[in-house]
Design a binder for this molecule. Sequence first.
Ligand code: ASP
Length: 327
Amino acid sequence: MIQTANPDPSLIRLALHGGAGDLADGDNDLMRQSRHALRQIAEDVCAELRRGVAALDAVTLAVERLEQCPLFNAGIGAVLNRDGQPELDAAVMRGADRGCGAVASVSRVQSPVRLARAVMEQTPHVLFCGSGAEQLARALGLTMVEPAYFITPLRLQQLEHARRRGAISLDHDTGADAAAVSSDSGGGFGTVGAVARDAYGRLAAATSTGGLTNKLPGRIGDTPLIGVGTFADDRSCAISCTGTGEAFIKAGFAQAIHARMAWHDWDLQRACSEALASVQGYGGRGGCIAIARDGSLQLPFNSNAMYRAWSAADGRVHVAVRADDAD
Ligand code: ASP
């Protein structure tokens, strides 16, 4: 483990994702806005990390900001279930001690990731769902909202389209079989996540999502499952996923990467690519962002695009969407 008592800015790493999926060709305004939002948030969070903020605070802040941005499938702008309702999932995890918290199927808490953090810090439990999670949020004084707060015209349109096709879809799919979802949706954008290594060498991860468009009410994906869609352990890596949650769950995604790194000494690249191959084997698409304890970064995906921003050893923020995007 690379950990220091005094802050060393050269240790700082950050990666964000805004979801993965198969995008139709071309670029558009919403895509540009999403890239801009990712860059802005990544730059702000990097500045916080340089001020000495802990990795856990950095990833919570990044995901909260992404939840507030209607372009992504989390918080405001989350996709809707079959009944037209938002049901939001989120999780956070700290690598130093595996402290973690998660919430599933909430629709009245302004920031699901803040509630996940409160679960971690203010309860003896790890995962809350539905009305119990909302009762907890109220008791802890978190900001509450009506479900309508999260609903945007784009998501209503995507739901309508998915219902007509009888599909349950990744919100960012605008490729061949989803091309009719408003061509101006820019791919609809996705689940959000952040992983960081702070100036002390500590890792953390956070993820937040509305799940899949037209999902059955009560369905929960990989995002709030610790060791699947969200994970951090200072002995191996920090991971946040996006994609077909069911396949990531079957692959035991993040825990599989951790196990190969911690027990078999694999590097992050090999462990991620093996885990993603397993997701693909279960019929899943998507990707992850991951930072290893040694500071190496991986942002692999098996769809044609994943919204992502990162800052590696050069300290600069890079943003990309498709596989061959330069920056
Ligand atoms: N992984 C999320 C889920 O299955 C969806 C996504 O990443 O867009 O709930």
